[in-house]
Design a protein around this ligand. Structure first.
Ligand SMILES: *Cc1c(COP(=O)(O)O)cnc(C)c1O
Length: 402
């Protein structure tokens, strides 16, 4: 096998230089554990960035992938296959039915589908000016040009001008600002329930209730990006359930394949039907291998009661983090959590030290660590992780009181 240094050299010479990578190369996983190229064990409290909800090398998902790989990996969407319609039924059922689903290969593509659909619906029903998407400052929706335009990080827009038109941003949680932006051109509001990439930032649930009301009043579609929050992670099947609302369009990816690339765009049937034949497509959309993996994932998530586990284990992890010296605040829901560090502590440095001590997490901002472990994480693994965080924080000199 290549050594760690070989792999770093190959990456440096041949791969695009776009990732600031931590100094570790993983080669194997099992449940919450990861093993690096030198055989060292880590606890994975990031889960491939909220992807590996059922743990690494999950035997049920692996079995489904192996069986499907030996049966039929791919056929064109010019034909039916025997897996995609069943997965569509499952996803539609989880979202309460009365909708339709289109599969993609990533989260960004699922959001592209949602944005295209909202434009088509708006223009069909209200005329050619109805194509704007109002989204939230700090929000993250992907890296394609349209999803970048929808993401509320103006610094990230600078290098890629001109971006597609029709995207506007308002403060997350500010219902008056949203209402002000919903002029005759607005086709949709696009929002996360918890802004994951922005630092696991929640807002009042009443915001979403008011958002649903104003969208109804103005006949604007409500798109909820559940790519990071969906499928149990926050302690409900979908984050919007905490607010008791129902969106018009929902996007999923990350946990849906437990690591096999698949995304989904669900819409109310009347909205989905704004797309006519040929309006959207993708070579890999809902191909048998990815769809079979996702079916196994949904079966397993249901069998283990993923939302219940996320609530229970999430409480344990959140309480443990909140009790640590050096942590001043814990935010998020279920097993999507961020620990805000005491003033003066650099989250990037702490995160690198955690990795050196055998715990994988993420410095989601310069002052906060993000934790999104598999929902199958055990209480013993949470205690082990907490003791690594405590020990690591103790390595840093006490911060001057501010
Ligand atoms: C990760 C993420 C995306 C992008 O998904 P990709 O699969 O990386 O394209 C979009 N929205 C949210 C909320 C995400 O967390």
């Amino acid at each position: 096998m290549n050594s760690f240094d070989d792999l770093v050299a190959l990456d440096a010479e041949h791969h695009f230089r776009v990732f600031g990578r931590a100094p570790v190369a993983f080669v194997r996983g099992a449940g919450t554990e990861l093993f690096d190229v030198d055989g060292r064990r880590y606890l994975d409290f990031l889960g491939g960035l909220a992807v590996v909800a059922l743990g690494h090398a999950n035997p049920v998902v692996a079995g489904a992938i192996i069986d499907q790989a030996n049966t039929l990996v791919h056929v064109s969407n010019l034909f039916y296959n025997d897996v995609q319609p069943r997965l569509a039924q499952r996803v539609n059922g989880l979202l309460g039915g009365e909708g339709r689903v289109f599969f993609q290969s990533s989260g960004a593509e699922a959001n592209e589908c949602a944005i295209k659909l909202a434009r088509r619906y708006g223009q069909r029903h209200f005329g050619p000016d109805r194509f704007h998407v109002v989204s939230m400052l700090g929000g993250f929706h992907g890296r394609t040009l349209a999803t970048l335009a929808a993401s509320g990080k103006p610094q990230m827009h600078e290098s890629f001008q001109p971006l597609p038109e029709g995207f506007r941003h308002v403060a997350f949680g500010d219902i008056d600002a949203v209402t002000g932006a919903l002029d005759g051109r607005a086709a949709a509001v696009l929002v996360e329930v918890i802004q994951g990439e922005n630092g696991v930032v929640p807002t009042d649930l009443e915001f979403f209730v008011a958002l649903r009301e104003v969208c109804d009043e103005r006949e604007v579609l409500l798109i909820v990006d559940e790519i990071q929050t969906g499928l149990g992670r926050t302690g409900a099947w979908f984050g919007f359930e905490h607010a008791g609302i129902r969106p018009d369009i929902v996007t999923l990816a990350k946990s849906l394949g437990n690591g096999v690339p698949i995304g989904a765009c669900w819409a109310r049937a009347e909205v989905a039907d704004a797309f006519g034949l040929g309006d959207h497509g993708s070579t890999y959309a809902g191909q048998p291998l990815a769809a079979r993996a996702a079916l196994a994932v949904l079966d397993e998530l249901e069998r283990i009661d993923a939302p219940g586990l996320a609530r229970k284990r999430g409480e344990h992890l959140a309480a443990g983090l909140a009790a640590l010296d050096g942590v001043v605040d814990v935010r998020g829901r279920g097993l999507l959590l961020a620990a805000e560090l005491a003033p003066g502590l650099d989250a990037k440095a702490v995160n690198l030290a955690l990795l050196a001590n055998g715990l994988v997490a993420n410095s989601v901002t310069s002052t906060a660590l993000r934790f999104a472990p598999p929902l199958t994480v055990t209480d013993a693994e949470i205690d082990e992780a907490l003791s690594i965080v405590a020990g690591t924080l103790a390595e840093f000199p006490p911060q001057a009181a501010t």
